[in-house]
Write a protein that binds this ligand. Structure first.
Ligand code: ADP
Ligand code: MG
Length: 497
């Protein structure tokens, strides 16, 4: 298929000669790269470790596209595939804001739904192509890692499927398109554990900064693709539901009525976006969920986990994707709860015998005195931003770990990423924490929360108060008018290009 596409685009003998000469040159250089890479692979770990020095960036450029060589397809085929990839990486993603998603999703019509499908259909391969290209520019030694290779292959398959999907013209086309997108979302739920294991195994071989940049880029782009895909699926499902609700009318009447209805204004929920998300409500939901996880994990009666007190601007609302905001708050509350409970474990043990009889959240087995100091969540809302502070008395962050809390791959953190061997799928969502042991540390929660916040132009910061506790801050734009923070290209510094 790829070959025939390329042949069809060679119009004359002259141009085909130019193409084939150029191709030969590229093949020769690819083979040279390949041989050079093979030579490198035979060298000892010390040579591999040399790649992890600051010269790793230059090495990665020299070993460009070695991953594709490893995939078992012929060099010639890979050459044609890379030509197609280049066409897509030459395009910049068309970025959106939350506000645009909301405005577009209100008063949905069939034409708008079809336009949305075609936007997603053409946007996904562009965003995937940039990340496939990142894999190809990884140092050779990382490109041979089976977990990273698995993600690379998944991305290629998805890239191929979406770029070949015919333009969507009707609602039926759209249903087929949505089925395809859903299948991809499901398949790609293996990506986070596979990336985690892959970068953990490369932690001693590649400079931590370089692999952290790679990981951040992969995850932020992943969120962006899922946002577009899930928004479109959700809008399509809402449209189908509304259509069914109008079945009493003729199709034309039904569509006309739906188009004029003030869709979304009543609920302020447009697809996966909420225009008026209540910060306090999300914090309370996450607090209940996290408390349940730790009470179950420690076999404690309900109501025993540290109390979460929400204060400040408790009626604040903002425009966000609740699933993204919940993930961040849930991770911060899990960290706070686990460290508070751990710090007060001795007391917990001494009270354990009587715990079964205790009742009421945070109440001690011996009276009304709480077992744990509370976690305070302060909400602050300005015209442009929402800031949430999560304060705990869990003793602060271990100073050995503190410098690396945002890194995925510093050796101290990489050890924890190996725990992904116990997890098949992870989509970085709150409700999946039930399936993933809450006591297992992946060293993933803080960096992933930061990726979610950064994607929407926000941030997560942590201040450790040694011997006392931690203050964690989340800042997010309130009005949804900040464009997705995805950089399409590899940073210059990372590749030396
Ligand atoms: N509130 C906190 N109190 C004490 N230590 C913390 C807190 N939050 C994070 N940490 C430290 O930072 C590390 C990284 O946190 P995180 O990224 O959430 O990963 P995980 O919780 O899976 O270990 C934790 O393992 C812990 O050592
Ligand atoms: Mg955590």
């Amino acid at each position: 298929m790829l070959r025939s596409t390329a042949c069809a685009s060679a119009p004359s003998k002259q141009s085909s000669r130019i193409v084939s000469n150029r191709m030969r040159r590229r093949l020769v250089s690819s083979v040279a790269n390949y041989q050079e890479s093979q030579q490198k692979l035979k060298t000892t770990t010390s040579a591999a470790a040399a790649l992890s020095t600051s010269s790793a960036s230059a090495a990665s450029a020299a070993h460009a596209r070695t991953v594709s060589v490893q995939s078992g397809r012929s060099l010639q085929q890979k050459f044609y595939e890379n030509r197609i990839l280049d066409r897509y990486t030459a395009q910049e993603p068309k970025k959106v804001t939350l506000r645009q998603l909301v405005l577009f999703g209100r008063q949905l019509t069939e034409d708008k739904l079809v336009a949305s499908a075609n936007y997603v259909r053409s946007e996904l391969p562009v965003r995937l192509a940039h990340r496939i290209s990142d894999f190809q520019f990884l140092p050779y030694i990382a490109g041979t890692n089976p977990h990273l290779k698995m993600v690379y292959d998944l991305y290629w398959r998805a890239f191929d499927e979406f770029r070949k999907f015919s333009p969507v013209k009707t609602l039926d086309d759209n249903r087929r398109f949505c089925d395809n997108v859903k299948k991809n979302l499901l398949e790609h739920s293996q990506v986070i554990p596979q990336l985690g294991m892959g970068v953990a195994e490369c932690a001693d071989l590649v400079a931590p900064d370089e692999i952290d940049r790679f990981m951040n880029q992969m995850l932020i782009s992943r969120i962006s693709r899922r946002t577009l895909a899930e928004q479109h699926i959700c809008l399509s499902e809402q449209y189908d539901d509304d259509l069914r609700a109008h079945l009493g009318l003729t199709a034309t009447e039904g569509y006309a009525q739906m188009a004029s209805a003030p869709r979304g204004f009543a609920t302020q929920r447009i697809g996966i976006v909420r225009a008026d998300c209540s910060v306090a409500q999300i914090v309370n939901e996450c607090a209940m969920h996290a408390a349940g996880l730790y009470e179950d994990a420690h076999h404690l009666p309900p109501g025993t986990a540290p109390q979460v007190i929400v204060e400040g601007h408790t009626d604040a609302t903002f425009m966000c994707i609740p699933a993204h905001f919940s993930y961040i708050i849930h991770e911060l509350l899990k960290n706070a709860m686990s460290h508070v409970m751990e710090r007060y474990a001795a007391r917990l043990e001494s009270d354990a015998a009587a715990l079964a009889a205790s009742s009421g959240r945070g109440a001690s087995a011996f009276g009304s005195e709480p077992l744990f100091p509370p976690i305070r969540v302060t909400v602050c809302s300005s015209h442009s931003d929402i800031v949430v502070r999560v304060s705990d008395q869990g003793g602060g962050i271990n100073p050995e770990v503190l410098p690396y809390i945002w890194s995925f791959t510093h050796p101290l953190k990489a050890k924890r990423l190996h725990n992904f061997h116990a997890v098949n799928r992870m989509e970085a969502r709150v409700n999946e924490a039930d399936a993933v042991a809450p006591l297992m540390s992946f060293g993933f929660g803080l960096p992933m929360s930061n990726v979610y916040a950064k994607y929407w132009g926000g941030s997560v910061n942590v201040h450790s108060l040694p011997g006392y506790g931690v203050d964690a801050y989340v800042q997010l734009p309130r009005l949804g008018n900040v464009v997705e923070n995805i950089s399409a290209r590899r940073p210059q510094v990372a590749t030396g290009v």
